[in-house]
Design a protein around this ligand. Structure first.
Ligand code: EPZ
Length: 423
């Protein structure tokens, strides 16, 4: 297994281009199943999750090919009725696989998808996905750890989500595009990735309105057509690199950063004393001599993103004073705390809140990644820790960050990847 070795203490300076958004790319890949013809997706991040989704689509019968490192062509015309299954091993590796349910059900009338089970950050059930699909007329059976869905043709319906869920909103919205009649979804997720998916589907011929608000209406159509599309930039990657610039007292231009999707993150960075300058080609982040402590609670968009929580904890560890971070979205998203503690971080967890006392003079250590954003926080911490930090199990990191060491090194970081036996 690869590991990443970082020698801390170098300020980050220069320009780095922000990649396509993982959490938009994965859903748009699923949406390609709805089309009668092929889609070409550009500005895809070169990530293991994107490759895993491509493999799942190929397993379902799509013709999937890489035009180049960041461009994927998906032709769904080969999807065979018999193979409409997302198998256990795939779903266990990447839970976003469950969002093939909606497209398969809408386009082919059936789907068999492994229940995802829990993951490092929580139980992450899919009850809202299933209730929403039932509201469109799906017949659902649970058997041997799989969800089996059936519907001759989905019909438009009304559904109010009990809980705001990004994936649930996207799954049901995709299913509704080919239902007979109009669907009204309430208490939906407002994330930019939901809006981006709706934009993609409407380009395919869908009739979706309200994406980005709490109510989405979908007027069902008979068919959708494959298109070309460039995926939006990744607000979480941009936020992660912004924190790296801030805590190393650097000066970094995040080219193409989706500033309009980062208001909550930028507000918290500025509250901490970090200078964020919106410029014509991106977001420039300048690290201050002193970082102020901050209190933050994760919330559904447009609130502060849970995917930035672990990285913000490192910012809080570099602040002069006590900060409070509250995680309200997932029940177990403090897996980075014990690892940061090994680097000298003073963090006390109490339920879904963590009290951080800074400045903690972080020291290099060997640490282990446990989930995607936790691993990002360990790399960011290594950039400021005294001495050498070794982050193991970086396959977690590679799910959401494209060659992070290649992105940070040109900015001045002393960082390298040890692969295979050398790891
Ligand atoms: C998406 O996950 C993202 N993943 C996550 O990013 C992100 O953290 C999350 O949204 C919240 O913003 C992708 O887009 C691929 P949810 P998702 O359904 O859709 C509960 C990353 O690091 N819930 O909005 O799975 C659930 O347990 C990843 O890039 C139900 O109770 O998240 C959680 O507590 C991690 N029932 C809360 O809702 C359901 O049916 C939010 O989950 C569905 C969800």
């Amino acid at each position: 297994m690869d590991k990443i070795v970082i020698e801390g203490g170098q300020p980050l300076n220069g320009n780095v281009r922000i990649n396509g958004a993982k959490n938009a790319a994965l859903l748009i890949q699923c949406a390609a199943l709805l089309g009668d013809t092929a889609c070409t997706l550009r500005h895809l991040p070169n990530l293991s999750d994107v490759r895993t989704m491509g493999k799942l689509l190929a397993y379902l019968g799509c013709d999937v090919s890489m035009v180049d490192t960041h461009t994927m062509r998906i032709d769904p015309r080969g999807v065979r009725d018999g193979e409409l299954e997302a198998p256990y091993d795939t779903v266990k590796t990447m839970r976003a696989s469950v969002t093939v349910m909606g497209p398969l059900l809408a386009r082919y009338g059936r789907a068999r998808v492994s229940l995802p089970g829990g993951c490092a950050i929580g139980a992450r059930p899919i009850d809202q996905h299933l209730k929403g699909l039932e509201a469109l007329g799906a017949e659902i059976q649970l058997e041997n750890g799989y969800v089996v869905l059936q519907a001759d043709r989905l019909r438009g319906g009304a559904f109010v989500f009990d809980k705001v869920t990004v994936g649930g909103t996207q799954n049901v919205m995709m299913a509704a595009t080919l239902a007979k009649g109009t669907t009204r979804l309430e208490n939906v997720a407002r994330e930019p990735e939901v809006e981006e998916l709706a934009r993609f589907l409407n380009k395919m011929g869908a009739k979706i309105s309200g994406a980005g608000t709490s109510v989405i209406e979908i007027e069902g159509v008979d068919n959708l057509t494959g298109i070309e599309h460039a995926v939006i930039a990744d607000r979480i990657e941009a936020g992660t690199l912004a924190i790296a610039a801030a805590i190393t007292r650097g000066d970094v231009l995040l080219e193409d950063a989706p500033v309009d999707h980062m208001h909550a993150t930028i507000a918290k960075l500025e509250e901490a004393g970090v200078e964020c300058r919106v410029e014509p080609d991106g977001l420039r982040v300048l690290g201050p001599d002193e970082i102020r402590p901050i209190d933050v609670s994760t919330r559904p968009y447009p609130g502060f993103p849970t995917d930035m929580q672990a990285q913000f904890m490192v910012l809080a560890l570099c602040a002069n004073g006590q900060s409070l971070i509250t995680e309200t979205i997932f029940e177990n998203r403090f897996m980075h705390v014990p690892e940061l503690a090994r680097m000298g971080g003073d963090v006390k967890v109490n339920g879904n809140s963590a009290v951080i006392r800074g400045p903690s003079n972080l020291m290099g250590a060997t640490v282990m990644a446990t989930d995607l954003r936790a691993s990002a926080s360990l790399v960011v911490a290594g950039l400021v820790a005294q001495g050498v930090t070794e982050v193991r199990r970086v396959y977690h990191l590679d799910r959401g960050y494209e060659c992070i060491e290649e992105r940070l090194r040109p900015l001045g970081a002393r960082i390298r990847r040890l692969s295979g036996a050398r790891a």
